[in-house]
Design a protein around this ligand. Structure first.
Ligand code: GSH
Length: 214
């Protein structure tokens, strides 16, 4: 069985959990905290979460994992049939992964704070700047769609949606107001009603800390 090494609060891992759930692929969730210290970096020299382990081999990076899943389990597809729409869905997702998440993730915030001596206000300004630019572009993209649909790029949730939902949770946690993005909020409302998204949430993971659980 394939193993997903992740952590409850690992939004790139949440993308993969949603994809596996949407496709109905059985997998074993391995919290990184269950590994011996140092073992994860030996398995995945990049050291970032998540990684997919298949037959003892490791695939790092959620984008590569998602592509592998889509290629090896094509049904149901996470991408639209039309090649142009498919490219648009990938472009939407790449904006989240590369232009929003990558610039605001914890290790970047900590580097700004600890290595560049950014104060709390500067770090918050950095984060909110990139999130605001990103979400504004995503909302505009949905506004401009030729055909409006319940999910980002169609009648079913897919590639774009599974990137969007964890990023919206991140944004809330980081203090970004999402009310200016009604179309994104509407997509989120539809997604979170689905079991594939619910069971991928941080609080549904076995390593979700009891103290946070309350
Ligand atoms: N581009 C990577 C991003 C991975 C990433 O930044 N993961 C963060 C958490 S979302 C991480 O591993 N942080 C260190 C940790 O959680 O220990 C991907 O898409 O997989």
């Amino acid at each position: 069985m394939i193993r997903l090494i992740s952590r409850w609060q690992n939004s790139a891992g949440e993308r993969v959990r949603i994809a596996l759930n949407l496709k109905g692929i059985a997998y074993r969730y391995v919290p990184v905290s269950s590994l011996e210290p140092g073992d994860y970096r030996r398995l995945n020299p990049q050291g970032l979460l998540p990684a997919l382990e298949i037959g003892g081999r490791i695939v790092p990076q959620s984008s590569a994992i998602l592509a592998y899943i889509e290629e090896t389990y094509p049904d149901p597809s996470l991408l639209p049939n039309d090649p142009l729409l498919r490219a648009e869905a990938r472009g939407f997702a790449a904006h989240i992964a590369a232009e929003m998440h990558a610039l605001t993730v914890q290790r970047i915030r900590h580097f700004l704070r600890d290595e560049l001596s950014g104060g709390e206000a500067e770090v918050t300004r950095w984060v909110l700047h990139w999130l605001s630019l990103g979400f504004t572009a995503l909302e505009e993209t949905l506004t401009q769609r030729e055909i409006q649909s319940p999910f980002c790029f169609g009648e079913h949730p897919g590639w774009a949606d599974l990137h969007l939902i964890p990023q919206m949770s991140n944004a809330r946690r980081l203090g970004h107001d999402l009310t200016p993005y009604p179309l994104l909020l509407a997509v989120e409302q539809r997604c979170v009603a689905l079991e594939a998204f619910r069971s991928a949430r941080p609080e549904a993971q076995p390593d979700f800390p009891k103290t946070v659980r309350g």
